[in-house]
Design a protein around this ligand. Structure first.
Ligand SMILES: *[C@@H]1O[C@H](CO)[C@@H](O)[C@H](O)[C@H]1NC(C)=O
Ligand SMILES: *[C@@H]1O[C@H](CO)[C@@H](O)[C@H](O)[C@H]1NC(C)=O
Ligand SMILES: *[C@@H]1O[C@H](CO)[C@@H](O)[C@H](O)[C@H]1NC(C)=O
Length: 231
């Protein structure tokens, strides 16, 4: 109560003093370069439009880059123009201690490879499919097929890094909880008749879902306690 009032106050102040950073979706860095690359007839023509520097991607410069609680840094058509005519995205997943990615899906097949730490993943491919649970340690890879709902969390008290490969330069990300609460209250409460709404207000309840932010959110209380992250 105390803390949430404080956070609320800080975010109100923040709103007034700075424009709200546009997180959650990647902003297209250079639309005119993307247009030129798409118009070019050949890959060789495209190479002439790009410097060597533009053929290197530094994930640390991605606007989402963060370890608190974590981040999803996409190299895709929006953030790395060279990919705009190539059907691929690579995302660097940075998970601070206990950090998690909320359940979400993409319009592309997704391969995820662990580089460090231990990450627990869950995936539901479609209605009727079983829940698939995996533990990813360095050098291990799993697949989240196109449109499957998946989620993951860092099981440890250190940082965990993974890379995520998608077969589309614009795979999108849709977080399930936010999408559900954008539907009308009548629909939502029929699906979840047991839900205890905050002040009987569907919108206000949905607003309590942790923000998409840089793509990652704080993990479980039990993990955070074990890692000495709770006050
Ligand atoms: C990548 O970007 C980070 C953050 O701006 C910077 O510190 C680092 O030097 C860059 N790496 C290279 C090789 O340019
Ligand atoms: C619903 O939530 C309110 C506020 O959190 C709580 O006081 C109340 O006991 C809850 N009701 C039920 C039926 O769980
Ligand atoms: C429900 O909550 C939303 C968001 O907090 C608010 O804008 C709206 O006025 C509330 N509706 C009612 C009926 O209280």
């Amino acid at each position: 109560m105390h803390l949430s009032a404080y956070v609320g106050f800080v975010s109100v102040v923040f709103l007034f003093i700075t424009p709200r950073p546009i997180f959650a979706a990647d902003q297209t860095l250079d639309p005119s370069l993307v247009a030129d690359l798409r118009m070019a007839a050949t890959m060789n023509d495209r190479l002439h439009l790009l410097s060597d520097h533009q053929l290197l991607y530094n994930f640390s410069t991605n606007p989402m880059y963060s370890w608190k609680p974590g981040s999803v840094c996409n190299a895709n058509a929006a953030t790395w123009p060279v990919l705009s005519t190539v059907g691929a995205t690579v995302a660097q997943l940075n998970l601070g201690p206990c950090a998690m990615l909320a359940p979400h899906l993409h319009r592309a097949d997704n391969l995820v490879v662990a580089v460090s730490g231990t990450t627990h993943t869950y995936m539901v491919q479609e209605n009727g499919a079983r829940l698939v649970e995996q533990i990813l340690t360095p050098g291990m890879m799993t697949i989240f097929p196109r449109a499957s709902v998946h989620t993951m969390y860092n099981m440890g008290c250190g940082n965990t890094q993974l890379y995520s490969f998608l077969n589309d330069a614009d795979p999108g990300t849709l977080n399930i909880a936010q999408a559900f609460f954008m539907m009308p209250k009548e629909i939502g409460t029929q699906v979840m008749p047991f839900i205890n709404l905050t002040k009987r207000n569907w919108t206000a309840t949905g607003q309590q879902i942790p923000a998409i932010g840089t793509g990652s959110q704080e993990g479980f209380e039990a993990c955070r306690k074990q890692c000495g992250l709770t006050t």
